[in-house]
Ligand binder design. Structure first.
Ligand code: NAD
Length: 495
């Protein structure tokens, strides 16, 4: 793999960004980031310690309690953030290339998902802020939505940019001060983001970016001066975070895992369905919270659906993620590869049948963190491979008897993030969409849009991102009674 070195720069960082400055971290520990394709060095970043978190939180607290940021109007904050978003627009290709190098997302997916997508989300968010009801008059009262305070942002490696900016921008627009802790696997793109934020010249303490491991994350969640945690990651860690926030009654929003069901209807076009699932089930090498990883097929069409999906899996080009021809790259790490291969072995042991793939090496790619695109048939929804999030290029195909049975199986999951239905009858598709208990659902595709909320039911999380609703997570509502008629709305609002 070769990085786009048109900038001729190195991605080795030795300082962290906090309190408006690049400062030396408290230890010499570093993340040594290596390509999961071939082990080549990609760059390095400091591992922030608990004391670095304390410094960043103290600066954020000061910026929020004493600084100008929360006192500025929303329009002023938007104006301060616009140059940052414009600068981001010039770096999307570089960010996408860097994310591919760090975690193996295929270049053709990285460009829209890890570069352009975050930019479009931020641009949309700036627009939503203009019509968000920061203040409302209700009779003689005024409802004011005030900034929530100091926000700790903790994110995963699989969509590293979008999960940060989906929190960062609404929090900053709302007037919060934020401390970002990206995932250990992908600290470099976060540091590039930190550079753009540093150039934006926001008041000191308003933003900090601290690459760190679990201790830094734990410290951020436990810190008494952090008012709210915005987290994306696994349900297991989400539970720990929610419990800690619960103990100190801090607010938290959680974007967690999924085990989304794609319901293939009797009338579905096999060709269109498989073309759609080829993307929606295996995107980002299957390392996507919204991957359609359970395929529900009518018994009458079970064999043909399995066969078409197996052919699609066998037909993927697997290899160097920087090559434009690659469909599936390596998984993020040896640990993740072993975990996913372990699930394939579990599936076989549970009695499911491999229709494509398996847990053995791919010829010529044994040195990288690769897993063969895998399709299981003869799967029962009670099997672990149907209930747990595998987070790799592995799907299961489950037979159903009728639509009621399909909806029952789709809902028989601890998760409730996404789902889809594949049918020629969109009206029937909508009726099924309304019966499946998930936060998002697609008819003949699964393509999240930035104008509507993103998030899940059940163990898939608490809260929503995207759309104007994203701001709800970063405000506290204050009711002010007895506001005299004709009092300037501007006195009560910061819009
Ligand atoms: P993870 O839960 O292991 O880690 C996520 C982040 O939490 C990392 O920054 C990690 O350092 C930090 N962390 C770990 N333990 C912590 C603790 N005890 N306290 C505080 N912070 C801690 O998840 P991951 O492996 O990085 O990401 C994959 C998971 O993320 C999958 O489950 C996936 O479904 C989920 N995800 C969800 C969404 C969504 O929007 N719903 C989007 C992307 C990924």
């Amino acid at each position: 793999m070769s990085l786009d070195t048109s900038t001729g720069r190195s991605y080795s960082f030795d300082r962290v960004f906090l309190d408006g400055a690049w400062v030396s971290p408290s230890t010499d520990d570093v993340f040594d980031v290596r390509s999961p394709h071939d082990g080549r060095a990609v760059g390095s970043a400091p591992i922030a310690s608990e004391s670095d978190v304390d410094r960043a939180v103290a600066a954020a607290r000061h910026a929020f309690d004493e600084g100008p940021w929360p006192q500025m109007t929303v329009a002023e904050r938007i104006a301060a953030l616009r140059p940052f978003v414009e600068a981001y627009a010039t770096r999307t290709a570089e960010l996408a290339t860097l994310v591919t190098a760090e975690m193996g997302s295929p270049a053709t997916f990285s460009e829209p998902a890890h570069g352009l997508g975050p930019l479009l989300l931020m641009q949309a968010t700036l627009g939503f802020a203009e019509s968000y009801p920061w203040t409302e008059r209700r009779g003689t009262s005024m409802l004011v939505r005030e900034p929530a305070g100091v926000v700790g942002i903790i994110t995963p490696w699989n969509v590293p940019q979008v999960t940060i900016v989906a929190k960062l921008l609404p929090a900053l627009i709302a007037g919060c001060a934020v401390v970002v802790k990206p995932a250990p696997e992908t600290p470099l793109d976060a540091m590039l983001l930190a550079e753009l934020l540093a150039d934006a010249d926001l008041p000191p303490g308003v933003v900090a970016v601290l690459p760190g491991a679990t201790p830094a994350g734990l410290r951020l969640v436990e810190h008494p001066d952090v008012d709210r945690i915005a987290f994306t990651g696994s349900a297991d860690v989400g539970r720990v975070i929610a419990a800690t926030c619960g103990r100190r009654l801090a607010r938290c929003s959680l974007e967690l895992g999924g085990k989304s069901a794609a319901i293939v209807c009797e009338d579905a076009s096999l060709e269109r369905t498989v073309a759609g699932l080829r993307f929606s089930s295996f995107l980002n090498n299957g390392q996507a919270c919204v991957a359609q990883s359970r395929i529900l097929a009518p018994r009458s069409r079970y064999d043909e659906v399995v066969q078409a999906l197996a052919e699609a899996a066998d037909g993927f080009v697997v290899g160097d993620p920087s090559a434009k021809s690659t469909d599936i790259g390596p998984l993020v790490s040896a640990r993740q590869r072993d975990r996913v291969r372990g699930y394939i072995d579990v599936g076989v042991a549970e009695g499911a049948t491999l229709a494509a793939g398996g847990s053995d090496d791919i010829e010529g790619l044994a040195d990288g963190q690769y897993v063969r695109p895998t399709v299981f048939r003869d799967v029962d929804n009670s099997m672990r491979i149907a209930r747990e999030e595998i987070f790799g290029p592995v799907i299961v195909v489950i037979p159903y008897d009728d639509v009621d049975d399909a909806v029952r199986i789709a809902n028989d999951s601890p998760y409730g993030l996404g789902g889809s239905v594949w049918t020629k009858d969109r009206q029937q598709g909508l009726a099924i969409a309304r019966r499946v208990r998930t936060g998002m659902f697609g008819i003949n595709s699964f393509a999240p849009e930035f104008g509507v909320p993103f998030g899940g039911f059940k163990a898939s999380g608490i809260g929503r991102e995207y759309g104007p609703e994203a701001f709800d997570e970063y405000v506290e509502m204050k009711s002010v009674y007895g506001v005299p008629a004709g009092a300037s709305e501007a006195t009560g609002e910061n819009a």
